[in-house]
Design a protein around this ligand. Structure first.
Ligand code: CA
Length: 230
């Protein structure tokens, strides 16, 4: 059974969410402030976190950072206030996967939750090798030899997508849809930024990448030549 932790301090919203998600067949726990959220959370405790930003004790950003620092890989969907563009950016930077703007329709929220859960469960685990690196999707780990290379959740998913679809050219929009989720309202620029971050971690010369290649006027391609799947 899929377990969701709802972190929301406004009782009417929290109860409506809980009700709606239970009817969808999810097992739901509720945390009413940031401290309770951190206490309940754990590496394999929940399949998804629905996280409000304005919370008593510890806000949603702090909770998000804490979860990622504790090794929680489950998707985090943030609830942001309308017009707070900066909140979305900070949230995504801290490791959130997506956000929904309040007030949201229950249908939109359900669709986002399904999309996030699908993304984390669809592909069988694999170990991909390229150069001196190994990406282990079951352990959500990138290693250079025996040394783990820290990746943010978005970087991990982007790299995994490239490796699963190696040798093909992907437009920025395609990458946004596949890695960030459909109808996210973020710009293609975000893709370039993440590619730059990723190159710093996997390329010996990030200015002249061997693996993560720019295809002019189109997008990006992950070079297959040195990639093997086990
Ligand atoms: Ca709130």
């Amino acid at each position: 059974m899929t377990r969701i932790l709802v972190v929301e301090d406004e009782p009417s919203i929290a109860l409506a969410l809980e009700d709606d998600l239970r009817r969808e067949g999810y097992e739901v726990d509720l945390a009413v402030d940031g401290e309770e959220a951190c206490r309940l959370a754990g590496a394999d405790r929940y399949d998804l976190y629905l996280l409000d930003i304005m919370l008593p004790k510890r806000d949603g950003f702090e909770v998000c950072r804490y979860l990622r620092s504790e090794g929680v890989k489950a998707p985090i969907l943030m609830l942001t206030a309308r017009g707070q563009e900066s909140e979305k950016v900070i949230g995504l930077e801290l490791g959130a996967d997506d956000y929904v703007t309040k007030p949201y329709g229950p249908r939109e929220l359900r669709a986002r939750i399904k999309a996030l859960l699908r993304r984390t469960s669809e592909a069988p685990a694999a170990v991909f090798r390229f150069g001196q690196f190994e990406l282990d999707t079951a352990r959500c780990e990138l290693r250079a030899g025996a040394t783990p290379v820290p990746l943010k959740p978005l970087e991990f998913r982007l790299l995994e997508f490239f490796l699963r679809n190696q040798g093909r050219v992907h437009t920025r929009q395609r990458l946004l849809d596949a890695v960030w989720g459909q109808d996210t309202h973020i710009t293609e620029r975000v893709v370039d930024n993440q590619v730059t971050n990723l190159r710093k971690k996997i390329e010996s010369d990030p200015e002249n990448p061997r693996h993560l290649i720019s295809v002019r006027g189109i997008g990006y391609r992950f070079d297959t030549q040195s990639v093997t799947e086990r």
